[in-house]
Design a protein around this ligand. Structure first.
Ligand code: 6PG
Length: 254
């Protein structure tokens, strides 16, 4: 892992614009350095509302060459309120100019194992590679149990070392059937950004960032091989941290 930065913001309201600016600046950097696209993996949960509010507010944001995938997705129809793609379609994609055919959604009509394999093929095709697709940036959340994507504590999926996308049928967080990027896929990304806010995350954030008793939690297994790792958190989530963190001033660029 090239670097880990833990950045603490006064509130989620201050974190949002900084996150959007980070995404936009990394997209600009990728595309201006000759890449044909900027590949971004999205998670669900509270990230949906943060990104839907803050990305469209970035001045002159051009997403026409973005390639958008999902770090995990629930096996429900797109019009189900639990569908991460459905939420982003309604709340974000209608406000930015990412072409519809460059948003890589799962096929929720398939059985979960076939759905995972189908999504892995879709990603390989979109990234034009037979190797492990490498996202420019992945945006991850973390549950109060330390899960990320749909990788849950003590789950056999944490040992998956070959697949890029895996099925899960016993998610402890409903709905039970999902597909998820695997740890090798997540750790191959050029930049991984966790966003975690709220006091309920304070205990697990301390355990993930500073270590503690018991098995290592899924979010702590995200250690990009060569990529950057950001933890963007608010003060309530950081309340128990003892390690050195960054506290940028208002409007500071990451
Ligand atoms: O689809 C999902 O459930 C998410 O991808 C999941 O991994 C989420 O990121 C965490 O549960 C954190 O969610 P919050 O940020 O809402 O706490």
């Amino acid at each position: 892992m090239s670097s880990r930065r833990v950045v603490v913001f006064l509130s989620a309201e201050e974190l949002g614009p900084a996150l959007a600016q980070l995404v936009a600046s990394r997209a600009e950097k990728a595309l201006s350095s000759g890449a044909c696209s900027f590949s971004l993996g999205l998670s669900g949960g509270s990230l949906v509302s943060i990104l839907s509010k803050e990305l469209p507010a970035v001045p002159n944001l051009d997403c026409s060459r973005w390639l958008v995938g999902f770090c995990d997705e629930r096996l429900v129809p797109f019009d189900d309120p639990e569908s991460t793609y459905g939420l982003y379609k309604n709340q974000l994609f209608s406000k930015i100019n990412v072409p519809e055919d460059r948003v890589l959604a799962i096929d929720p009509s398939l059985p979960v194992s076939e759905c995972a394999d189908d999504y892995a093929c879709k990603l390989s095709k979109a990234f034009n590679t037979e190797q492990m697709p490498v996202f420019d940036m992945l945006l991850l959340g973390m549950g109060p149990d330390g899960h990320t994507c749909s990788l849950f504590p003590d789950h056999p999926l944490l040992q998956e070392s070959q697949k890029t996308v895996a099925p899960i049928s016993d998610s402890p967080k409903p709905p039970p059937q999902r597909v998820t990027l695997t740890l090798p896929m997540v750790n191959a990304a050029r930049c991984v950004v966790f966003v975690s806010t709220g006091g309920s995350k304070a205990p697990v954030l301390k355990r993930v960032l500073e270590g503690g008793e018991g098995p290592i939690l899924p979010a702590a297994l995200v250690t990009p091989t060569q990529g950057e790792l950001f933890w963007l958190v608010d003060e309530p989530a950081a309340a128990s941290l003892a390690l050195e963190v960054e506290r940028p001033g208002p409007g500071a660029k990451l």
